[in-house]
Write a protein that binds this ligand. Structure first.
Ligand code: DGL
Length: 270
């Protein structure tokens, strides 16, 4: 029994950590495409090709269900994959919907018409490709009315995290928050719309101030997966071995992952 977790690099580990906490018995196979990160500056076609290749590898590892723990892939590739690529008996899910359902106070499967919700001014921090796709705004418009979204493309942050340069990552986060606040001085909620960003959550919260509610995607995705597996237990695939795969340098990626998750992680070549 195994579920696959995919990200362009280390960011999906934030989702993996939350799933491990929520579903400790579930074996997870992680795939980090570190050799090709960041995805956020790539074209949609390129992101689609890389994401399908990675997902195929996770199917081969015995995972029938793969979570794209990457907003950029969820925004740029998921719909196209679901429409014509995902083989019968397999399932690929993204990380957007659980987050938007939480923001719009909905439970899974509530397809009622859009309505007014509590939050009015939402700051979205994401990669350039996610911002360009407008996928977040599209999903939100299905569920809520009267929500003003200001998106900030956070160039450079994923690169700095992947390089392990947290001082640079912190400086970039502060400057992106400043830029956002010039466009929207008083957001009431913030979405960290890239799975790498929770690794910098404290800096985001500090720069935004205590009054802004920062939504944690990792916990929401873990909860929604737990829910999904109760409804579709057969989607836990035949694989039994957990593991960590990378297209990057396994030694280097293991060191960074160990630093971020604060426990020993050993990646092997994908
Ligand atoms: N963690 C990916 C996301 O959630 C990062 C994308 C990238 O590699 O730029 O969007």
């Amino acid at each position: 029994m195994a579920v696959g977790i995919f990200d362009s690099g280390l960011g999906g580990l934030t989702v993996l950590g939350a799933i491990e906490k929520r579903l400790p018995e579930l074996p997870l196979v992680y795939y980090g495409d570190n050799a090709h990160a960041p995805y956020g500056v790539r074209t949609a076609d390129d992101i689609y090709d890389l994401t399908t290749r990675a997902t195929e590898r996770l199917f081969d590892a015995g995972c029938d269900l793969v979570i794209l723990a990457c907003n950029t892939a969820s925004a740029a590739a998921l719909r196209r994959m679901q429409e014509g690529w995902v083989p019968k008996g397999k399932r690929v899910l993204g990380v957007f919907v659980p987050l938007i359902e939480a923001l719009t106070e909905r439970h899974w499967g509530d397809n009622s018409p859009p309505r007014e919700v509590d939050v009015k001014h939402v700051a979205l921090f994401a990669t350039p490709a996610t911002v360009r796709s407008r996928a977040f705004q599209r999903e939100l418009a299905f569920r809520a009315i009267g929500v003003d979204v200001e998106a900030q493309a956070c160039g450079g942050v994923v690169d700095a995290i992947e390089e392990g340069d947290l001082i640079l990552a912190e400086a970039l986060v502060r400057s992106h928050v400043d830029a956002l606040k010039r466009k929207m001085p008083e957001p009431d909620a913030a979405i960290l719309g890239c799975t790498h960003y929770p690794l910098m959550a404290e800096t985001f919260q500090e720069a935004l101030g205590p009054r802004v509610k920062v939504f944690s995607q990792a916990d929401l995705v873990a909860e929604s997966l737990a829910d999904y597996l109760v409804r579709r237990p057969e989607m836990v695939g035949p694989g039994t071995e957990a593991g960590f795969l990378t297209t990057g340098n396994p030694r280097q990626v293991s060191t960074r992952a160990t630093q971020f998750l604060r426990r020993k992680i050993d990646f092997v070549a994908a």
